[in-house]
Design a binder for this molecule. Structure first.
Ligand SMILES: Cc1cc2nc3c(=O)[nH]c(=O)nc-3n(C[C@H](O)[C@H](O)[C@H](O)COP(=O)(O)O)c2cc1C
Length: 276
């Protein structure tokens, strides 16, 4: 139980009361409290039957209205994998991941049901895009929790959407199916470290949304993080200069000073979605 308390206090920087006894019913909460993404893997393969079983567990997750609008593409073929990684350079660690998957949103099947049952499809607006994206995200997170619970390590890859047309063509994704995130998977080569989070005061609200004290909370999060996990470099220093006490908020502000995937809306529209 102290494992949970210690991990949460380190991660969130808050004082947590003694961990409720109910959380000792399983070792999963302690694993979740200490979880982290992994980008360095042993060369040992991950058995393909294990990967398929983890997919099944991921797809046990809830889905909006039981519509089941998410699919997983397991990349097994070496050529296919090489082509995929060539398409999205810049994440060198992915080359080393023994297994690789792509989580997709799939609103096509629903449209097929309407067509096959000769029932009009009356939802050509943004909601199906949103629902399918959320379903895919939930499946991704559930896969990660299942994998991490048995000691596997993984890291999602949003870079898969840097070249959405190319990735979509390579994977043969039809209209109304699109990649949400890739996932590199393997047996971790190193322990990794817990990544700190904003305090619950900023992110968990009671009854009504509140931003009281947010700016101060972020300032102290920056300081806490800079002390324990300083950034190894300052992003876009040529444009914004080097600042003292460069923190998470500086890094995220600088990250979003550059457009990211501005073409994604056009890609999604080209996939047949009406986003109005
Ligand atoms: C949807 C999604 C996409 C991500 N894409 C990438 C990526 O392209 N490259 C990468 O190195 N990490 C990626 N990550 C991992 C995050 O950087 C990581 O979760 C975050 O830094 C917090 O660290 P933690 O998972 O160890 O707590 C992604 C995470 C999510 C949830």
């Amino acid at each position: 139980m102290t494992k949970i308390k210690n991990a949460l206090e380190y991660r969130f920087g808050d004082n947590f009361p003694d961990t409720p006894d109910a959380l000792s019913a399983s070792d999963f909460p302690a694993k979740l409290a200490q979880r982290r993404s992994h980008r360095k893997f042993k060369s040992d393969p991950v058995d393909s039957e294990l990967v398929r079983s983890l997919c099944a567990l991921a797809l046990c997750a809830p889905s909006k209205s039981d519509l089941q609008q998410r699919d997983i593409v397991i990349i097994e073929d070496a050529d296919q994998r090489a082509k995929l990684l060539e398409t999205i350079p810049g994440n060198a660690w992915m080359d080393e991941a023994p297994a690789y998957l792509v989580f997709c949103a799939n609103n096509r099947r629903q449209r097929q049901l309407n067509q096959w049952r000769e029932v009009p499809f009356a939802n050509d607006h943004i909601d199906p895009f949103f629902n399918a994206s959320v379903d895919a995200g939930i499946a991704l997170a559930t896969f990660m929790m299942a994998a991490e619970s048995i000691g596997l390590g993984c890291c999602p890859v949003s870079a898969i959407r840097n070249k959405p047309h190319e990735v979509s063509d390579l994977l043969g994704l039809p209209d109304h199916v699109f990649p949400v995130a890739g996932l590199g998977l393997g047996w971790p080569a190193e322990e990794g470290e817990i990544s700190m989070r904003l305090p619950l005061a900023s992110t968990v609200h009671t009854d009504r949304f509140s931003e009281d004290g947010l700016s101060d909370q972020i300032r102290s999060y920056d300081e806490r993080r800079a002390e324990a996990q300083p950034f190894s470099y300052q992003r876009a220093a040529d444009q914004f200069g080097e600042v003292e006490n460069y923190g998470w908020s500086d890094d995220k502000a600088r990250q979003y000073s550059v457009p990211e995937r501005k073409d994604f809306g056009a890609f999604v529209r080209a996939k047949g979605f009406d986003l109005s």
